[in-house]
Design a protein around this ligand. Structure first.
Ligand code: FAD
Length: 550
């Protein structure tokens, strides 16, 4: 059997190498239009800044090494220009010689990835993109040519835009990051990315949100509202779209998302053509509808799955949840499953909790706050999504939560996870368990809570806000309209509160929980402000950033 693969990176190369391991006698040809195969796209932003200084580290394999170990016939600089499903051939152009030829297949794998989306504005041609090693070489050369104090503008603050901004700032460039939406990383909820936004700004990135690029000129970027930003170099990172022109021209079915439609065995609407990776839409497990998830994990997994399917193994893709992590200047932000924004948009009922525990035991040096937001079903408690942000320990918490969501666990189950603990790694009550305790209280009505965005309405409806932190903490900043009654003296002030409707708040929600229980035990109508002052402050700072103008 002869399998032809279009695209020689994540999905394509996973399919090729797995197929060889399963079938020693299979004929496998990989066509890759670029000069490299199996390169590390995720490392490209770090190569630009020399954090990864050894270019060869990005090139994980060569056609020769793939031949030596796997007897793969990998042809770089070969672009597939057409798929002919009836004849079961592809038309290929050798980009070095200009020669064109047809290649037959028994099975075809489309792994063409995603291409950068471009804004339709004057001068956008000057903006560079970052998709492969050739782009990275070009970007690095341009930044070096611009000199150490160059001005750089990055259009788009998705994960590639943010990573580029970080690495340009590392190089000493005066970097402006422009985002059309109200906050960076649009998959996240605004209050969860605000710490990362503040961290970018603190590290010298000029972050401009709620901004519409209007024109790129020879030396600047101009916004629709007239603001101008110096730009010796400009980058376009305004998202990616499935690279599926070949498939469309061949008459293969597209999904509603614009990604290529595939079944659970990654088979397209033609039974001899498979597809995986960024070109393809995935079944979303949480929204019950197809989703676009342009990430490396699923590209590798589904590429491998194609080989299993071709080899006749019993296999099926599991619905995707979408798990992302991004780092900048030492801070990480991560998401798995649904954000609150996505749940609202999809009309999925949910409850939300925020917690802000330490990344490990507070008495051991170096603990940092790790902020987690967890969404769960209000009836069953089934986990729907989670986000995390902080300087330490975000990655492992989001991975535990991703595993829990995949396994169909509930927020109650988080209490019972027996997670590794020694003081330098975690806590006896790990942040994951902590989220479980808080979620359990909310799910079962032990501690009624409200979200930061409900506070204004609750106060307008007559609830009084009681800040139960210490006087000193209150003095360092509180929510307007709050009266300060520290939790330890709350029982002495019950008479002032009897008959009132109350919201309590503290720093992170924990003392608020205790205060809520005290007041409830004394017959007072009370709710806790979920996540306390820390969550509220992040949300307000994000809103201010959204509306600010110079
Ligand atoms: P790709 O890996 O993009 O490979 C597609 C290949 O197909 C390309 O090499 C292309 O040249 C080739 N091709 C296209 N059309 C043709 C044709 N007609 N003929 C021949 N060859 C063709 N994901 C993460 O999960 N984490 C990260 O940190 C992360 N960082 C990233 C940083 C950058 C800068 C980029 C660009 C992507 C990043 N990603 C990250 C996304 C991740 O790289 C992709 O999800 C993954 O590579 C998709 O795999 P794929 O095989 O579908 O496509």
């Amino acid at each position: 059997m002869k399998t032809v693969i279009i695209g020689g990176v994540a999905a394509g190369m996973s399919a090729a190498t797995r197929l060889r391991r399963l079938q020693e006698d299979a004929q496998i040809i990989v066509f890759e239009m670029g000069p490299n195969v199996s390169y590390a796209n995720c490392g490209l932003p770090y190569f630009v800044s020399d954090v990864i200084s050894d270019r060869s580290a990005l090139l994980l394999q060569t056609p020769q090494s793939l031949f030596n170990r796997f007897r793969l016939d990998v042809r770089v600089s070969h672009k597939v220009t057409a798929i002919n499903p009836v004849a079961k051939t592809v038309t290929v152009e050798n980009l070095l010689t200009g020669e064109s030829f047809d290649e037959t297949y028994d099975n075809l794998v489309i792994a063409t990835g995603a291409r950068p989306r471009h804004l339709d504005i004057p001068g956008i041609d000057r903006a560079m993109t970052l998709r492969d090693v050739v782009d990275a070489d070009r970007v690095k050369a341009a930044v070096q040519a611009a000199g150490p104090n160059a001005s750089a503008v990055v259009l788009g603050a998705g994960f590639i835009g943010v990573e580029l901004a970080e690495n340009l700032a590392h190089l000493g460039a005066n970097t402006t990051l422009i985002q059309r939406g109200g906050s960076i990383l649009s998959q996240f909820d605004a209050e969860m990315v605000e710490p990362l936004q503040a961290h970018l700004v603190a590290n010298g990135v000029n972050l401009v949100v709620n901004a519409t690029p209007h024109e790129v000129t020879a030396n600047k970027v101009i916004l629709a509202d007239g603001r101008e930003f110096a730009a010796d170099v400009v980058f376009s990172a305004t998202g990616v779209v499935p690279d599926n022109k070949l498939a469309v021209d061949a008459g293969l079915k597209l999904g509603a998302t614009g990604g290529l439609w595939v079944d659970a065995q990654q088979r397209t609407s033609d039974p001899h053509i498979y597809a995986a990776g960024d070109a393809v839409e995935k079944q979303g497990s949480l929204v019950g509808a197809p989703v676009i998830v342009p990430l490396a994990n699923l590209a590798n997994r589904h590429g491998r799955l194609i080989a299993d399917a071709i080899a006749g193994l019993d296999t099926a893709a599991k619905p995707a949840i979408g798990t992302i992590i991004i780092g900048a200047f030492g801070m990480a932000a991560a998401l798995t499953g649904l954000s609150e924004r996505a749940a609202v948009k999809a009309g999925i009922p949910h409850r939300v909790i925020h917690v802000h525990p330490g990344s490990h035991a507070g008495y051991y040096p170096g603990a940092q706050r790790v902020s987690l937001k967890v969404l769960f079903d209000p009836t069953t408690g089934r986990l729907l999504g989670a986000q995390g942000v902080g300087m330490d320990g975000v990655d492992k918490r989001i991975d535990v939560l991703a595993t829990a969501i995949t396994a169909g666990l509930t927020v109650d189950d988080l209490m019972d996870l027996e997670l590794a603990y020694a003081p330098q790694f975690g806590s006896a009550k790990d942040p994951i368990n902590h989220a479980g305790y808080v979620g359990n209280n909310v799910l079962h009505g032990v501690t009624p809570s409200i979200q930061w965005h409900q506070l204004e309405r609750e106060m307008a409806n007559g609830r009084i806000l009681v800040d139960v932190r210490t006087e000193a903490e209150n003095g360092r900043g509180t929510i307007p309209g709050a009266i300060n009654i520290p939790v330890d003296s709350l029982r002495e002030h019950l008479e002032e509160l009897v008959g009132q409707q109350v919201v309590v708040t503290c720093q992170v929600g924990q003392r608020g929980h205790t205060a809520t229980q005290i007041l409830r035990g004394n017959g007072i109508d009370v709710v806790n402000l979920d996540g306390g002052y820390v969550t509220w402050r992040a949300a307000m700072d994000g809103l201010v950033r959204f509306t600010q103008r110079p």
